[in-house]
Write a protein that binds this ligand. Structure first.
Ligand SMILES: NC(=O)c1ccc[n+]([C@@H]2O[C@H](COP(=O)([O-])OP(=O)(O)OC[C@H]3O[C@@H](n4cnc5c(N)ncnc54)[C@H](O)[C@@H]3O)[C@@H](O)[C@H]2O)c1
Length: 337
C-alpha cells in the first residue's frame, strides 16, 4: 500500500484527498490543514489523522506520496519539507513563485532520487490525450497556429497571484506539450480591472521555434467559464473543449482531396466536421493515478519539475513583456537547461 498525504485541504486539496482515498493500492494516510473548520470537516469526511501544520504531519507519519495543495506562495517551503522528509511530491501548479525556488525543489528531488511532479492537469484531460495522439500521427499536417481561451468569472479566493500565474501557466504548459517546441519570442498585454493587486486579463502572442504562432486570451472577467483550444493547420482545425472533453476536427476539404499532390494545393474549403470519440474521465484522477504509477515504477513522471519550471518562466516573461511594453525576442531555452 502506498501511503498518501494531502497538505492544504482547500478547494483543490479536498479533491486530491477524495481521489487518493479511492485509488487502488493507495491509502489516504493523513491530512494537514491549519483552518480549524476545514480540518474538522476533512477529519469527519475522510476519517484519517489530521494535523494543523505540514511540519507536524511529516514528523508524525510515514508517508510515501504527498500532494502539496497550499496557496502558491507556500508551495516551495511545504514541498521542500516533504522532499526532505523522504516523500515523493506532486505540487500544484504553478510549481513555485520564483525560478530559484523551482530550481531548489528540482535539485532536492534529484539528490534524493524522489519523484517531483507538477499539477498541470490538462495533460490528463482525455480530449487532450486524444488530440495529442492525432497530432503525433500527422492528422493536421503542418500546424500554423494554436489559440487558447481560458475565461473565468472572478475567483474571490485567489489573492496571492494574478491571472497569468494562475491560469496562463495551464496553457503555456499545454502549448509546449502539444507542439513539442519552445517559445522563442513573445509579446503580452495585461490589465487590472477588478483585482486589488494583480492583473486579471491577458492577451498575448507567442512564436514557437517550429514556426507555430500561439495566441492566448485569458481572463477572470467573463461571467461564464470557457476553456478552449483551437489548432489550425494544413488539413483543417482541431477544437477542444476542456470542460466537456469534446474534440472536433473541422476538415479542410481542399487538403483532403489534394493531399497527395500538395504542390497543387490551392487553399482552404469547408469540409466535414467530425466529432471524435473521447472516453471521458476525471483529469485529476488520471493525474494522481499517473503520479502513483510513476513512483511505483521508478519512472520519470509525465510532467517533470523542469516542465513546471518552464511554464513558470514563460509566465514571468509574459508579465515582463507587459510591464516593459515590449516584444521579448531570443528566448529559446529548453526545459532541460
Ligand atoms: N490544477 C488545477 O486546475 C488547480 C485548480 C485550483 C487550484 N490549483 C492550485 O492549487 C493551489 C491551492 O489552490 P486552492 O484554490 O485549493 O486554494 P485554497 O485557498 O482553497 O486552499 C489552500 C488551503 O491550504 C491551506 N494551508 C495554508 N497553509 C498551509 C500549511 N502550511 N499547511 C497545510 N495547509 C495550509 C489553507 O488553509 C487552505 O485551506 C494553488 O497553488 C492553485 O494554483 C490548481
Amino acid at each position: 500500500m502506498i501511503r498518501a498525504a494531502v497538505i492544504g485541504v482547500g478547494a483543490i486539496g479536498k479533491h486530491h484527498a477524495r481521489i487518493y482515498s479511492e485509488l487502488e493500492g493507495v491509502e489516504l494516510a493523513a491530512l494537514a490543514e491549519p483552518d480549524e473548520a476545514r480540518r474538522q470537516a476533512a477529519a469527519r469526511r475522510f476519517r484519517v489523522p489530521t494535523y494543523a501544520t505540514h511540519t507536524d504531519l511529516l514528523a508524525a507519519e510515514r508517508i510515501h506520496v504527498v500532494s502539496v495543495t497550499v496557496p502558491t506562495g507556500l508551495h516551495h517551503p511545504v514541498a521542500l519539507a516533504a522532499l526532505r522528509a523522504g516523500a515523493h511530491v506532486l505540487v500544484e501548479k504553478p510549481i513555485t513563485s520564483t525560478l530559484a525556488e523551482a530550481d531548489e525543489l528540482i535539485a532536492e528531488a534529484a539528490a534524493r532520487r524522489l519523484t517531483l511532479t507538477v499539477g498541470h492537469i490538462e495533460r490528463f484531460n482525455p480530449a487532450v490525450a486524444e488530440l495529442q495522439k492525432r497530432l503525433a500521427a500527422g492528422d493536421l499536417g503542418r500546424v500554423f497556429q494554436v489559440q487558447a481561451r481560458r475565461l473565468s468569472p472572478f475567483p474571490l479566493h485567489v489573492l496571492d497571484v494574478g491571472v497569468v500565474m494562475d491560469l496562463a501557466t495551464h496553457e503555456l504548459d499545454m502549448l509546449r506539450y502539444l507542439l513539442g517546441s519552445e517559445v522563442v519570442r513573445l509579446y503580452a498585454e495585461t490589465s487590472r480591472n477588478f483585482h486589488a493587486r494583480h492583473e486579471d486579463m491577458l492577451s498575448s502572442i507567442l512564436r514557437f521555434a517550429n514556426g507555430v504562432i500561439g495566441v492566448l486570451d485569458i481572463n477572470w472577467l467573463t461571467p461564464t467559464k470557457v476553456r478552449e483550444l483551437r489548432l489550425t493547420g494544413e488539413r483543417g482545425m482541431f477544437q477542444v473543449d476542456y470542460i466537456t472533453q469534446d474534440l472536433y476536427f473541422y476538415e479542410n476539404a481542399e487538403a483532403a482531396s489534394h493531399w497527395d499532390t500538395l504542390a497543387l494545393f490551392r487553399g482552404v474549403e469547408e469540409g466535414r466536421v467530425v466529432k471524435l470519440r473521447v472516453i471521458k474521465a476525471e483529469p485529476l484522477q488520471q493525474e494522481l493515478q499517473a503520479f502513483v504509477a510513476a513512483v511505483r515504477a521508478g519512472a520519470p513522471p509525465a510532467v517533470t519539475g523542469a516542465d513546471g519550471r518552464q511554464a513558470l518562466r514563460l509566465a514571468g516573461l509574459l508579465l515582463e513583456s507587459a510591464q516593459q511594453k515590449q516584444v521579448l525576442p531570443g528566448l529559446e531555452v529548453s526545459a532541460e537547461s
